[in-house]
Write a protein that binds this ligand. Structure first.
Ligand code: ADP
Ligand code: ZN
Length: 613
């Protein structure tokens, strides 16, 4: 079977990426597979190409299992654009539409069928699959977002557990599980829960070299975000993650007021509004989505130029998954996060107060600590991230710490001041206090609360008078990250010592800290909302005109087809056309993203648009 020719013909791509070819060959030949690939790595082709090849070989239909009902329409639309027969079954279809899909399924007219796990495991659907199976027309099961099967993943969905029925009911039908979540616990869980122990594992490098990682200390996060967008992303599409619904609303409004084309997205919005905001984000250009983590799973918009976190995620898996939504097209993108002491406290509280078992909470605390370690790191962020996923790498040259190595100061003495003060406070009256009181004592501020509790009599009162509050908070964050201090959420977020405090107090463990940097100055005036389209490659003035015209034309087609623009053509494809200034069909050959079907459907119009420009 010639998989490469399907890649050329159907998708218009020149070469397989990374392990795609090996995966496609293995699955195409009927093998089971576990595919771990970072977001944007190109997982879809890993099952789409075997599906097409196996359907052509008379082996029948591929079932794609995905939890992302809202996106199935666009995924199927993209396949139609490429000339592949596909359909989806989910709750957005009317009874009549669903019936039609089931009929074509049973007739074997479809190459790929997308459905949600809860649909797959209904008796009705299983009976239909059985009918295909008996006729040898059930070709492949592709289980997307397979980490949903694991409670260790960040997106556990119990319906996924029921998918083991596929193996039991339809033995011999190849199955593949795909995910961008790679930690060992999740991986082991996927193999066990889906009974894929015999499957061949394809594990890609998790590096996303085009993403630049930056983590800054939280001061005035709204202003920090605005400056970041102003300076680096005026007019770009991006996602801003916040923890609460209220904050999502506030930030979206602030961005709008500052001339950024922003929309809110969170679970509290009415379904219709949420869907419409998501559609606009996918279909229009240059929208900034301000969202809780409820947004983004499976969003495959390729030209998201930045992902910003205004609050810290739960763990590195979540952070990596969310930041991974930037730059799927391979062009430069930014992952920017600001975080502060309060984030640490909040996340700790959420874990401690959750009803989960203690063993589970322990795992979650460990994961949170790993993320704090990343945030406080003074060396390459990417090296740390990849190390977390078990990969060794050299400093990347494309993260904040590599580009501007932070000044580091030895915070050991300051750490000892804080720890011994926590100790003394408790010794004085048997009760503990929070971060604010601690700072005041160490810095020698005699507030009413300090006086009232006699904390000005402590021997450490004022020992850190020459340190700023920002510096001391940095030290405290680091101590929390190291586990040398704990926040007792049962007792008003007071600070308590741990087993690890002693080593720091004795000077056996050094505390190294990033020097705080000051906020950048604001730019004058409002942000331009409608900046000229930035082309993904360097284009001369005439080519830029052609590019702008092609984009306008694409927007029309996308509206007509009710699909996002990138499903018609990626920016990179339009830029390549604009650069080449094709005059004939011949000239359009070999442009990446121009499959046979698209050439057939759009070549004439593209030539016309280019000729006019
Ligand atoms: P994932 O699901 O792993 O996040 P996708 O399957 O959405 O990634 O692919 C990411 C992008 O890369 C898509 O826009 C896809 O068209 C593109 N892509 C995938 N494989 C190739 C390839 N071999 N050559 C060029 N582009 C590719
Ligand atoms: Zn780096």
């Amino acid at each position: 079977m010639n998989y490469l020719s399907i890649l050329h013909e159907v998708f218009g791509y020149e070469q397989f990426r990374g392990p795609q070819q090996a995966i496609v060959e293995h699955v195409g030949a009927g093998g089971d597979a576990l595919v771990l690939m970072p977001t944007g790595g190109g997982k879809s082709l890993c099952y789409q190409i075997p599906a097409i090849a196996r359907q052509r070989a008379g082996l029948g239909i591929t079932i794609v299992i995905s939890p992302l009902i809202a996106l199935m329409h666009d995924q199927v639309g993209a396949l139609h654009e490429a000339g592949v027969s596909a359909a989806f079954l989910n709750s957005t279809l009317s009874g009549e539409e669903a019936y039609q899909v089931e009929q074509s399924l049973l007739r074997g007219d479809i190459t790929l069928l997308y459905a949600a796990p809860e649909r797959i495991t209904t008796p009705r659907f299983l009976a239909q699959l059985a009918s295909l199976f008996e006729r040898g027309q059930l070709s492949l099961f592709a289980i997307d977002e397979a980490h949903c099967v694991s409670q260790w993943g960040h997106d556990f969905r119990p319906e996924y557990r029921a998918l083991s029925v596929l193996h039991e009911r339809f033995p011999g039908v190849p199955r593949m599980a795909l995910t961008a979540t790679a930690d060992d616990l999740t991986r082991a869980d996927i193999l066990e829960r889906l009974q894929l122990q015999e499957a061949r594992a394809f594990i890609s490098s998790f590096d996303r070299p085009n993403i630049r990682y930056t983590i800054v200390e939280k001061r005035d996060s709204t202003t920090q975000l605005l400056r970041f967008i102003e300076r680096e992303h005026a007019g770009d599409a991006g996602i801003v993650y916040c923890q609460s619904r209220k904050k999502v609303e506030d930030i979206a409004q602030t961005l709008l007021d500052s001339g950024v084309n922003a929309l809110p997205y969170h679970a509290g919005l009415e379904g219709r509004v949420r869907q419409s905001n998501q559609d606009r984000f996918l279909r229009e250009e240059g929208i900034v989505m301000v969202a809780t983590i409820a947004f983004g799973m499976g969003i495959d918009k390729p030209d998201v130029r930045f992902v910003a976190h205004l609050d810290m995620p739960k763990n590195i898996e979540g952070y990596y998954q969310e930041t991974g939504r930037a730059g799927r097209d391979g062009l430069p993108a930014n992952a920017w996060m600001c975080y502060g002491l309060q984030d640490v406290v909040n996340q700790r509280r959420m874990i401690d107060e959750s009803p989960a078992e203690e063993a589970f909470k322990q795992v979650m605390r460990g994961k949170l600590e790993a993320l704090l370690g990343l945030a406080e790191a003074t060396d390459c962020r990417r090296t740390q991230l990849l190390a977390y996923f078990g990969e060794l790498s050299q400093p990347c040259g494309n993260c904040d710490n590599c580009l501007q190595p932070p000044a580091v100061w030895d915070g050991s003495a300051a750490a000892q001041m804080l720890l011994s003060t926590i100790y003394r406070i408790h010794k004085l009256s048997g009760i503990s206090f929070g971060a604010g009181q601690l700072m005041d004592i160490v810095r020698g501020k005699k507030t009413d609360k300090v006086a009232q509790h006699g904390h000005d009599t402590l021997s450490t009162f004022g020992v850190g008078a020459d340190l700023s509050e920002i510096q001391l908070r940095g030290v405290l964050r680091q101590l929390l990250a190291m586990g040398a201090v704990m926040v007792d959420v049962q007792a008003f977020n007071t600070l308590v010592l741990t087993d690890k405090s002693r080593a720091v107090l004795k000077g056996d463990v050094a505390v190294r800290l990033r020097e705080s940097v000051s906020l950048p100055a604001p730019r004058k005036g409002k942000m331009p909302v409608n900046t000229k389209p930035k082309a993904p490659i360097e284009l001369d003035a005439l080519a830029l005109l052609r590019y702008a015209d092609l984009k306008a034309w694409r927007a029309e087609i996308a509206r007509e087809h009710n699909l996002p623009a990138y499903v018609i053509f990626h920016d990179a494809t339009l830029a390549a056309i604009a650069e080449r200034a094709p005059q004939s069909l011949q000239d359009l050959q070999g442009i990446s993203g121009m499959g046979v079907k698209k050439l057939e459907a759009y070549a004439q119009e593209v030539l016309r648009v280019v000729a006019v420009a």
